[in-house]
Design a protein around this ligand. Structure first.
Ligand SMILES: Nc1ncnc2c1ncn2[C@@H]1O[C@H](COP(=O)(O)OP(=O)(O)O)[C@@H](O)[C@H]1O
Ligand SMILES: [Mg+2]
Length: 433
């Protein structure tokens, strides 16, 4: 991918302080210290995407540079260095459609790079790799939706009454972002554990990722029986089991279901059938959490429709923000946008959280700070971090996420957040934890 050209209108020493970091981040920083330099550069290179200009020293010079960027036929956004005390009160009276932003000292090459990233995303000039064709996803979803409906309404399910759902069923929350490594599994596991341990809810956590899923090994349960295995067994022996019967209880008390241990077993996992089984599971649990594989395939399309809410973990970096934007578009086309909630993960690094929020315009459920080794150390012990390090600050963020989610769900329909207490207690689920 070609580098993004940036005009740097800073002093020579500021320029050399940021040069290496910008280069390492994929930018082409070009020095243009005076208004004349800048004018010349802009007339030579039409691919300058953004300019950093110094608004601290000479106001006339700043104004000259600013107007060179925004003269007729040109609208290059400016990232303006201003004294800290003017930041927040700035209004340069620039064009309404300009994407200018401000920053102040002290800054580093790295922080400047994140400001540039955010500005380019906001102005829509960030390059996009492998764009998803929204129309294709929508067309696929129509096919899948018909299959799911046929499966859910199939006459052989005597004990399943769709009309019962709104009153009876537990909540279903999906954790999804089409990018890997952003915290989907981490959020799924710890939300599940917090609901189980602190809210006394009966929770099912489903690992729907047959390719890279690692819920079970992270919880010290590498050998558990999968849905695919149970269904293959059913095919051979005619022994039908519900999801609640197939799932395995973790030491925290939360039930775990893995769809498949290997991608070779996924043939039996017909999306409509899986969606029906999970829809039914809502009748046995207070809360069902689905950790999805990052793709827009038929299984995920079948599952999206079941979600009361879809939690989108976002790390504050360009590739992840871009992936979330892409998902937001798909969700809008599928009429699911109103169910999205963002979790800013590793919130204390990278692009400022306010920028992430402004860019994505998805309600923020919680911000989770970087937790160092807390998460992988917990999984080494077969526990969630909620069990292992309940006093860690990042786990405090997880508890806040959990509380906020329950508030949002309850504001929606007024149903209670606590377990159906006596009923579940009677069957001893809680006691076994
Ligand atoms: N807030 C955080 N602080 C520290 N490490 C984290 C944090 N969130 C996620 N991680 C780590 O990042 C890695 C990727 O997270 P994971 O939840 O597996 O992402 P995904 O499921 O989206 O692929 C894991 O090793 C996890 O322990
Ligand atoms: Mg994962």
């Amino acid at each position: 991918m070609p580098r993004t050209a940036v005009a740097i209108g800073l002093s020579g020493s500021d320029m050399s302080a940021v040069f290496d970091d910008l280069l390492a981040a994929g930018y082409e920083p070009i020095h243009a210290e005076t208004p004349d330099d800048l004018e010349r550069l802009l007339s030579l290179r039409s691919d300058i995407k953004v300019a950093v200009i110094d608004g601290e020293v000479d106001f006339d010079r700043t104004l000259e540079m600013y107007s060179a960027l925004h003269e007729i036929g040109r609208n290059v956004p400016a990232l303006l260095l201003v004294p800290a005390f003017t930041l927040g009160r700035m209004n340069l009276g620039g064009r309404k459609d300009s994407a200018d932003e401000y920053f102040s000292r002290p800054f580093t090459g790295e922080s400047l790079r994140y400001r540039l990233d955010a500005l380019l995303i906001r102005s829509g000039t960030a390059p996009v790799e492998a764009p998803v064709v929204v129309e294709e996803v929508v067309a696929a979803q129509h096919v899948v939706a018909a299959q799911v409906q046929a499966a859910v309404l199939a006459p052989d399910v005597a004990d399943y009454d769709v009309s019962d759902e709104p009153r009876q069923r537990g909540r279903l929350v999906i954790v999804f972002n089409p990018k890997g490594g952003v915290g989907k599994t981490t959020v799924s596991i710890n939300l599940g554990a917090a609901l189980t341990i602190h809210k006394k809810m009966h929770v099912l956590l489903v690992d729907c990722d047959a390719v890279t899923g690692h819920v079970a090994p992270s919880l010290g349960m590498p050998q558990l029986r999968t849905l695919a295995e149970a269904w293959l067994w059913d095919e051979q022996e005619g022994i039908h089991e519900t999801v609640a019967q197939i799932a395995t209880q973790h030491q925290s008390g939360m039930d775990i279901l893995v769809l498949a241990g290997t991608p070779f077993h996924t043939e039996i996992l017909v999306p409509g059938r899986v969606a029906r089984a999970i829809a039914e599971a809502r009748n046995s649990y207070d809360f069902v959490i689905l950790d999805l594989h990052p793709d827009f395939g038929p299984l995920n399309l079948a599952l999206f429709a079941l979600a009361d809410r879809i939690i989108v973990p976002v790390t504050p970096d360009v590739p992840c923000i871009r992936a979330a934007m892409q998902f937001r578009e798909v969700a809008t086309a599928l009429d699911l946008r109103h169910r999205l909630l963002m979790v800013i993960n590793r919130a204390n690094s990278g692009v400022p959280t306010s920028q992430v929020e402004k860019t994505l315009d998805i309600p923020t459920l919680a911000r989770i700070r970087s937790a160092g080794p807390v998460f992988f150390e917990s999984s080494d012990s077969g526990k969630s971090a909620v069990e292992r390090y309940p006093n860690d600050k990042a786990i405090g963020d997880m508890f806040e996420l959990t509380d906020n989610l329950l508030d949002i769900l309850n504001a929606g329909d007024g149903r209670p957040t606590q377990s159906k207490g006596g009923f579940l207690g009677l069957f001893g689920r809680r006691g076994r934890g």
